[in-house]
Design a protein around this ligand. Structure first.
Ligand code: DQA
Length: 146
């Protein structure tokens, strides 16, 4: 089984970016945590990060026939991007939305996600653990191939 983890804008700054909200661990630490979980579960994982909305759309489109599931933290595009929603719907791969922080408990503008309706689950407020739970969810999802 192959899982693609997509991280959106500013997540490359993990560790230095608002550490009171996102913690003190770096993006490289996140990639390692994801890798360990994948190894534990015996699934293949690729983790990518971009600050550009259109690139996220390209990456989702290119996932067809290459990956069995997507874990996505669209970051700020969560609250603005119909294009990412459309891309997820278009490819039809099972996707899990992840947020490091609890978006339901922050500014009002973070409460709405355009992405959630295209995903089988949303995990928020659990930091790195959210990504690990998302991978576990996809690995156990009966819609997903070997
Ligand atoms: C985030 C939450 C978003 O509202 C914010 O714009 C981010 C990160 C999170 O992981 O908690 O950049 O997706």
């Amino acid at each position: 089984m192959r899982i693609l983890v997509i991280n959106g804008p500013n997540l490359n700054l993990l560790g230095t970016r608002e550490p009171d909200i996102y913690g003190s661990k770096s993006y490289a630490d996140l990639v390692n945590a994801i890798r360990w979980t994948a190894e534990e579960l015996g699934v293949q994982v690729k983790t990518v990060q971009t600050n550009h909305e259109g690139e996220i759309v390209d990456i989702i489109q290119q996932a067809i026939n290459k990956y069995d599931g997507i874990v996505i933290n669209p970051a700020a595009y969560t609250h603005t991007s119909i294009a990412i929603y459309d891309a997820l719907k278009a490819v039809g791969l099972p996707a899990v939305e992840v947020h490091m922080s609890d978006i339901s408990n922050r500014e009002e503008f973070r409460r709405h996600s355009y992405i959630s309706p295209a995903c089988i689950a949303t995990i928020a407020g659990k930091g790195f653990t959210g990504y690990q739970e998302a991978i576990k969810l996809l690995a156990g999802n009966s819609d997903v191939g070997e």
